[in-house]
Design a protein around this ligand. Structure first.
Ligand code: AMP
Length: 332
């Protein structure tokens, strides 16, 4: 039997390079070796995007982009989180195993308190509980996520262990965060600071859908500095981010060339950015074309969602039934 993998992304509009390289490329490889449950986290998205207006369109867009990146519904279970009501039931139960103190300390929660101070809802606080349930409900052992969510996997292990301990069972196993690289990836933001994230503004992210012109404009605007004054000078965060972006899309000899130019204090950031934009365009063009093709077939998208939902509900129901038995809740 194959090991189980679970992960998802929130349907908050178009997916960006961070979601793709931090998570979805791993899903695509994992579907060959694992029993993969890959989903569209629409319930999670309500914590930051509560309006109904765009939700349906965003869910479809995310599905289209998953398929365009290479996820194959014949090889994995591809579903929408809210189509599996068992997740909501187990989420309620798991809130009993998460402590207020530990939830308040989570860096992603603290981040949101800062970025959306007028909507610090309890769903944001219990985001890691819902994520733990997404994972545990299918008994996943591997969870492909970007660096920003690694702590959530540790919390998942804690919640599962507390459940086991409370009821004297060995029911939930310990999942681990996973990716095919040496370390979890963090795709840098185009504003020169931290990770790529839509919450920092449209011009700080590269979308999978972006046309070459938009890619060039955004990358040319990324900050740099006045250049190194002596060989071996450490890079500023903005310049390190440019190098990190280049590493994601450019060939090794190109990267080596700019590394050397930096070392020799001969680097021209304008040229470097043009090169990144060109290589980024080559990298994203096939995905953009597939997005366009798949968008035309709405009936296919509906079928994929329905079939994936059915498979995910069957797996989730088995867990909920067993959990009810362990807890002593009568099944209806
Ligand atoms: P979200 O958009 O928060 O639902 O994230 C979906 C997935 O993309 C998660 O596995 C994140 O860890 C990953 N992700 C989002 N932004 C980045 C980034 N800038 N670098 C690496 N991974 C990311």
């Amino acid at each position: 039997m194959r090991e189980i993998a679970v992960s998802g992304v929130r349907p908050t509009g178009k997916q960006h390079l961070g979601n793709y390289l931090g998570a979805v490329v791993n899903f695509v490889r994992m579907q060959e070796e694992y029993d993969g449950y890959f989903f569209i986290a629409d319930l999670h998205s309500l914590t930051t995007h509560p309006r109904a207006a765009d939700l349906q369109a965003n869910v479809r867009q995310t599905l289209i982009e998953y398929l365009a990146c290479g996820l194959d519904p014949d090889k994995c279970t591809l579903f929408v989180q809210s189509h599996v009501p068992q997740i909501s039931e187990l989420y309620l139960i798991f809130n009993m195993f998460a402590y207020d103190g530990e939830l308040h300390k989570v860096p992603t929660f603290k981040d949101k308190v800062r970025t959306q101070p007028d909507n610090v809802n309890a769903g944001l606080l219990t985001y890691p509980v819902l994520m733990a349930v997404d994972i545990l409900i299918h008994h996943a052992m591997k969870v492909p996520v970007g660096k920003d969510q690694m702590q959530h996997i540790e919390m998942t292990r804690n919640f599962g262990n507390r459940f086991n301990h409370t009821y004297g069972v060995e029911y939930f196993k310990e999942p681990i965060g996973f990716n095919y690289g040496d370390a979890p990836l963090s795709v840098p933001s185009l504003d020169g600071e931290g990770k790529m994230s839509k919450s920092k503004g449209e011009n700080t992210v590269i979308y999978l859908m972006d046309e070459p012109d938009a890619i060039r404009k955004k990358i040319m605007k990324a900050p740099s500095d006045s250049g190194p004054k002596e060989p071996g000078q450490p890079k500023t965060e903005a310049v390190q981010n440019l190098f990190d972006l280049m590493k994601l899309v450019s060939k090794p000899d190109v990267i080596a060339h700019y590394d050397q130019a930096y070392h020799d204090c001969a680097i021209r950031y304008g040229d470097m950015k043009k090169q990144i934009a060109e290589d980024m365009t080559v990298f994203l063009t096939p995905i953009r074309e597939r997005i366009r093709e798949i968008s035309a077939d709405q009936a296919y998208l509906t079928r994929v969602m329905e079939e994936g939902g059915e498979k995910a509900r069957a797996s989730a129901q088995k867990t909920v039934t067993e959990v009810r038995e362990i807890i002593g809740l009568k099944s209806r």
